[in-house]
Design a binder for this molecule. Structure first.
Ligand code: NAD
Length: 403
């Protein structure tokens, strides 16, 4: 299939190319005035780097390489300082790009280096995880972590080109594919029902890195992200729909000290948000059932262990979407009908947690290593939909805005 190009219509529009074998045509994406490039890459995906470097050098570019530590450990001030040093020593100018090749951790740190060097140089991203392709590499959010927390230091800096090469997913552990699917299903729930149809047409097929279903899902999810980013580049409104499932998801990530993959926590977070929406009278319970069925069909967790409400609640109160004392949360009225809702009573939020942690037969999600993870759905397909609260319903939360 020929590559698809999706334009992100921000101030300086750029193309996200989705296809296979895209690195062979990499030079096309290098700005005309560039003389040198710095490639920041995750050694776990170093395979295609030497051929790319040879090609660029043959074309007369000066190429500098900086291997960054794999995964989250890439996102440190020390790695950015190493990048600045190399950029300075090699006299990088405003027209010389930084290239990031790796998962979201690598593209975040490469993005931050590009955002800060000379107050912003061109940035070309080659995401190599599913999450990176459909989420982290698009939209211009760059960040590193500090001792105080994740993503606390960062900048908005849009890339000049993003290449999503499906071939690069072939070595990705199944757990990473499954985790990335959570963000894809999220894109379907908040904006594109067609995504849900594709997943439903072959949940196990979607897990095949080179399969046509995954290619179609990446294209559709990239379109959703591109549309949302173009509508709200600075995250002032509509972009918050991408946080669906993240309020509770972030709380789980913190409670589990980041041993869960992000998508796993977001999957439970979306079921939780659906439980809240049903209890608030916003969502039909069949859509809550669909959340559980779709997510578990691809092997994602849909429940969390019981007895954890006080710590989860503490984490949720610190959520970034809150404004002052007003607690805010993205909920759905239906597929592709997101809302920002504020001041949901704590009693209702706790009830939703009880439902998420009390699914019959569901053990706490077993965190597995890549080696022992199979492509099989560990839970079967649950059809259980918890009953709505009996007795007096809680006061309805305030609808802040349709998004
Ligand atoms: N900027 C944004 O808008 C945005 C959005 C979502 C997430 N993020 C960030 O993304 C990061 C998570 O990204 P991620 O989930 O892509 O994980 P990651 O970059 O941490 O990579 C996960 C693991 O997969 C390995 N890996 C990467 N590509 C591989 C490949 N093709 N084959 C084999 N192994 C490979 C890595 O070495 C690492 O061990 C977080 O830091 C998060 O904050 C940013």
């Amino acid at each position: 299939m020929s590559p698809s190009q999706i334009t992100v219509e921000v101030d300086q529009p750029y193309e996200v190319t989705v296809g296979r074998g895209l690195l062979a045509d990499f030079q096309r994406h290098v700005p005309a005035q560039a003389r040198r490039l710095m490639i920041m890459f995750d050694p776990a995906v170093a395979g295609p780097v030497p051929a790319l470097v040879d090609e660029l050098r043959r074309d007369g570019f000066e190429v500098h390489l900086l291997a960054v530590p794999g995964g989250e450990t890439a996102k440190t001030a020390a790695v950015v300082a190493a990048a600045w040093q190399r950029l300075g020593e090699a006299d990088f100018t405003r027209t010389d790009p930084v290239v990031g090749i790796g998962g979201g951790s690598t593209t975040d740190v490469a993005g931050f280096a590009a955002a800060t060097w000379l107050r912003g140089v061109p940035l070309i991203l080659v995401p190599t995880t599913l999450l990176g392709m459909v989420d982290a590499a698009i939209g211009g959010k760059t960040a590193i972590n500090t001792a105080e927390g994740k993503n606390l230091v960062g900048a908005f800096h849009q890339p000049t080109a993003v290449l999503c090469d499906q071939q690069l997913l072939e070595g990705l552990p199944p757990r990473e594919i499954i985790s990335g699917l959570a963000e894809i299903i999220k894109a379907g729930l908040v904006a594109d029902p067609g995504i849900l149809d594709v997943v439903w047409s072959g949940p196990q097929e979607t897990l095949k890195p080179s399969g046509p279903l995954l290619g179609e899902l990446v294209r559709r999810a990239v379109k959703v992200k591109a549309e949302v980013v173009a509508a709200d580049p600075g995250e002032a409104g509509r972009r918050s729909i991408l946080n669906y499932g993240h309020t509770f998801g972030h709380a789980i990530e913190q409670a589990e000290q980041f041993s869960w993959r992000h998508g796993e926590a977001v999957a439970v977070g979306m079921v939780y948000a659906a439980e809240v929406a049903v209890r608030a009278g916003l969502m039909d319970p069949t859509l809550l059932g669909l959340h559980r069925e779709l997510l578990s069909a691809v092997g994602l967790p849909t429940s969390y262990k019981s007895g954890q409400w006080p710590r989860l609640w503490t984490a949720m109160r610190r959520d970034k979407k809150n404004q002052g004392k007003t607690r805010r949360m993205v909920l759905l009225e239906g597929v592709a009908r997101p809302l920002m809702v504020r001041d949901i009573p704590e009693s209702l939020l706790e009830e939703a947690y009880q439902a998420v942690s009390a699914v019959p037969g569901a053990a706490p999600y077993p965190v597995k290593t890549a080696e022992d993870y199979s492509l099989e759905n560990p839970y079967g397909t649950p059809t259980y939909v918890p009953p709505l609260t009996a007795g007096e319903p809680p006061a309805p939360p305030s609808r802040e805005a349709a998004l």
